[in-house]
Design a protein around this ligand. Structure first.
Ligand code: 5CA
Ligand code: ZN
Length: 414
């Protein structure tokens, strides 16, 4: 899929260090392996309807900042992202609004692309829609069945069978174990599975947690002919296939919001490992969920604040970035309508600070070193913002250097 024009990334003198990151799978901070000095990052992309809300923006900004940290440390990055452009909630929305699901997806992908461009996000090198990858995904489902990790469940409302992943077989016969990614007990997993697209109650499954690999064609639903029957892919196998085709196995970071830890990232890892014998990623990093009006900002609840609406009403993208970067990516927080004004005030103060003539200016080189240290410490953007507040309040000796540093490391144009 077409992406968007990359932002300007000025080169800075010297070098940062590769960031220490919190790996959900290990529940600890670590430096994920970066073989060949190339960090490979996969971030789960949107299901294209109701995009782009502030929660989405916070997640994509987290991984934009992660890449800026790697780039500043002299590490090459390869970034891949998918688009879940055929999925139950998208189809339901298209039905409910009388729009063709493809038109809804296209329109929303266009809107997301324009939001990402306006927000100055680094675009993925591989931007792949599920509908562009059906053959490869169906091939992977066939491979899983052939290896004894997939089984058929008869359907009442379709001609063919649905196909499920056998969690127990994979736990016994592959390198993956249930819980390798998600630090939850089984009861929690079962609850989350029911909440997040799984079907623990479905009769005929070997284990309630077994996730869908292939859904046989139903009347009125999109479907494709394939070696595993006519139908469409399940969610997790889509990301396993798109990620490993773009980045290979054992890539650096698999990312997304914390709502994807289970079942999605647990099972994308399981399926990729069962298929290839190689773990999916070294680290699994997650952005905390943004709330609004007391609840997680979510399409299903409808409590959404759209980036495009803020931008169209005149918000400076740099002010939106600052409003988001006030929060560390691992702290849950709630968006308040006054947050944009706070970001706008900070941006104005920084712009003024760059012009300030001071007889005791802060050293821009020293500030850059502090910014790099905070960035390397699990992307500590609140500390970076506080550092800049103090320095720009005082005035700096080399405004050009600081302007470049803020643009390069935070994507904030002063
Ligand atoms: N298409 C799937 C991933 S394969 C999906 O989750 N799509 S999504 O449109 O629902 O979300 C896109 C990304 O935004 C995901 O990484 C998700 O974890 C993240 N996200 C969704 N809601 C929020 C929120 N309220 N706060 C932070 N991140 C969120
Ligand atoms: Zn995904």
């Amino acid at each position: 899929m077409r992406t968007w024009t990359p932002p300007e990334l000025p080169e800075l003198p010297g070098r940062g260090t590769a960031p220490r990151l919190y790996n959900t799978a290990k529940s600890r901070l670590e430096h994920p392996a970066i073989p060949d000095d190339t960090a490979r990052l996969y971030v789960c992309g949107i299901t294209p309807y109701d995009a782009t809300h502030i929660g989405h923006a916070f997640t994509y900004l987290t991984f934009d900042i992660m890449q800026r940290a790697w780039i500043d440390a002299g590490i090459e990055t390869v970034y891949a992202q998918n688009i879940t452009d055929v999925d139950d909630p998208l189809l339901e929305r298209a039905d409910a609004t009388g729009v063709d699901w493809r038109d809804l997806a296209d329109e929303q992908i266009g809107l997301f692309r324009s939001d990402m461009f306006r927000m100055g996000m680094i675009p993925p090198a591989h931007y792949v829609a599920v509908t562009e990858s059906i053959d490869e995904i169906a091939g992977a489902v066939r491979g899983l069945v052939e290896r004894g990790f997939g089984y058929r469940v008869p359907t009442e409302d379709a001609e063919g069978d649905d196909i499920y992943f056998d969690v127990d077989a994979a736990s016994r016969e592959s390198q993956w174990r249930l819980g390798d990614v998600a630090p939850y007990d089984r009861a929690t997993m079962r609850e989350l599975s029911a909440e997040r697209g799984g079907d623990p109650e479905r009769p005929g499954k070997r284990d309630p947690l077994d996730p869908l690999l292939w859904r046989a064609a139903r009347e009125g639903e999109p479907s494709w002919e394939s070696p595993v029957g006519r139908g469409r892919p399940g969610w997790h196998v889509e990301c396993s296939v798109i990620a490993t085709r773009a980045l290979g196995g054992a890539f650096t970071v698999q990312g997304g919001g914390t709502d994807l830890i289970f079942p999605h990232h647990e099972f994308t890892a399981a399926l990729a490992t069962a298929l290839s014998g190689t773990p999916l990623a070294h680290a699994y990093c997650h952005a905390a969920l943004v709330a609004y009006q007391g609840h997680k900002m979510s399409k299903s609840r409808g409590n959404l604040v759209f980036v495009s609406k803020l931008l169209d009403s005149g918000a400076d993208p740099a002010a939106i970035r600052l409003a988001l970067l006030t929060h560390h990516y691992r702290s849950e927080w709630e968006w308040f309508d006054g947050d944009l004004a706070t970001g706008t005030r900070r941006l104005a103060a920084w712009r003024e600070g760059l012009e300030r003539v001071s007889d005791d200016p802060a050293s821009s080189a020293a500030v850059l070193a502090q910014l790099r240290a905070a960035l390397a410490n699990d992307l500590d953007t609140p500390v970076m913002l506080a550092t800049l507040d103090a320095a720009l309040d005082r005035g700096v000796d080399d405004p050009e250097l600081l302007r470049d540093a803020v643009l390069s490391l935070l994507g904030v144009k002063l």
